[in-house]
Ligand binder design. Structure first.
Ligand SMILES: Cc1ncc(COP(=O)(O)O)c(C=O)c1O
Length: 410
């Protein structure tokens, strides 16, 4: 465990971002110095860069069961979601003007859909219910003869629930496509890739977003899988990079890093589940045993192996986060892009949770680098921190008063 000012520093915020693996740092290093060429150049420097990029493209494609040419490198999950949604709606705008999505998507999807609504597109935001899972029958009911795109996340970034994407894909393939071939399914798999094994062909999606910094590669690099035969309107005008789907000189060191991380993730995928899931379950069980008044958010069966989202009633999540940070433990109250704002988590609100439960929620997100020793340290410090914060909560005091009155009457 890393020590800082004699304090343990533990990172349980791997859904926000991950540490870059040492193998990845080593792999990308020479592409800043010795092999710095532009992949579009004809000379040997360029060809070295191109060969490295080709290798990385094969590594990323292999991780998700895609073909080499179906991977477009870009700057990350946000851009992948933008390219998928804007690119498809522009390319096929004469084929339909309706999008189906859900209420608890990442802002990169929600805000893109909202901006398309302003341009006259119709968007249906499906409910996700208390368990945080979209229902196939709702997708069926929302479908109109104008529906061009269904965009639903593969796993939610705050609670980790996995959506029935394969069932939705099957419905589209069997019930809709025979009547209307121009209907597309996109999934934001930023939180899933590298954590559960995933194959784009058996999933049945047309597009899938990946972000490298969630799987131990650097920030600012990612990919969009685009199934062969699907057209997409590029969102930048410029050169012919990425087969005209994403203009701009490719970031070779980052792409090499992404490829290396993808290969490591593919090799580690079974150990990931075997190692991280029991650790997460242990964390949850021990917290449940030692701290009263909790709510565990999101479905417990269909979810990622690394996320636990727990509401600590009568506690302000933000205060709990800060108190834990002072003890050297980094967690989150929700998505990193939303924290710092006073807005409530739109994900937990979509689950229909009471305000107080939403306010007290914390996300613990693990990686393959976390250890039992680290979880034990959290379990050691957490009960006292929660208790201390509850003692200054007027709501909690009120509850204690009510309980003592009840016991006096009894
Ligand atoms: C589900 C989901 N989609 C998209 C993104 C955005 O990815 P990036 O940070 O690479 O832009 C994130 C990042 O937190 C995410 O969790």
């Amino acid at each position: 465990m890393e020590l800082l000012n004699n304090k343990k520093r533990i990172y349980f915020d791997n859904s926000a971002t991950t540490a870059v693996a040492s193998e990845v740092v080593e792999a990308m290093g020479p592409y800043f110095t010795d092999f710095f060429g532009n992949a579009s150049s004809v000379h040997s420097f360029g060809q070295q860069a191109k060969a490295a990029m080709d290798k990385a493209r094969r590594q990323v494609a292999a991780l998700i069961g895609a073909e080499f040419n179906e991977i477009v490198f870009l700057s990350g999950g946000t851009e992948a979601n933008n390219l998928a949604i804007r690119g498809i709606t522009q390319a096929y705008q004469d084929k339909g003007r309706h999008i189906i999505t859900s209420q608890f998507e990442h802002p990169a999807v929600l805000n893109t859909c909202a901006s398309l609504e302003k341009q006259g597109w119709q968007v249906t935001y499906l409910p996700v219910y208390e368990n945080g899972i979209v229902r196939l029958e709702d997708v069926k009911a929302a479908m109109t003869d104008q529906t061009l795109l269904v965009t639903l996340m593969h796993a939610n970034n705050e609670i980790g629930t996995i959506q029935p994407i394969a069932e939705i894909a099957k419905f589209i393939k069997e019930d809709i496509r025979p009547k209307r071939k121009n209907i597309f399914l996109h999934t934001d798999a930023v939180q899933t890739v590298g954590k559960v094994s995933l194959d784009v062909k058996s999933l049945g999606v047309d597009m899938l977003s990946i972000s490298a910094h969630k799987l131990h590669a650097p920030k600012g690099i990612g990919a969009l899988y685009i199934r062969k035969g699907v057209r997409i309107a590029s969102q930048q005008t410029g050169g012919h990079q990425e087969r005209d789907r994403r203009a701009g000189t490719e970031n070779i060191p980052a792409i090499v890093a992404f490829g290396c991380a993808a290969e490591l993730a593919r090799k580690n995928i079974d150990t990931y589940t075997r190692q991280v899931e029991p650790l997460r379950d242990y964390l949850e069980q021990q917290i449940a045993k030692n701290i009263p008044d909790l709510v565990f958010n999101g479905d417990h069966n269909y979810r990622l192996p690394n996320i636990a989202n727990i509401s600590f009633k009568y506690v302000d999540g933000e205060a709990l986060l800060i108190a834990l940070d002072l003890k050297g433990v980094a967690v989150s109250t929700g998505a990193a892009c939303a924290s710092g704002s006073t807005e409530q988590s739109h994900v937990l609100v979509a689950l229909g949770l009471e305000k107080d439960v939403v306010r007290g929620s914390l996300r613990f997100s693990l990686s393959r680098y976390n250890t039992r020793e680290e979880v034990d340290y959290l379990l050691e410090v957490l009960p006292a921190v929660v208790e201390k914060l509850r003692r200054i909560s007027p709501l909690y005091q009120e509850r204690l008063k009510q309980e003592s009155l009840k016991s006096q009457i009894a």
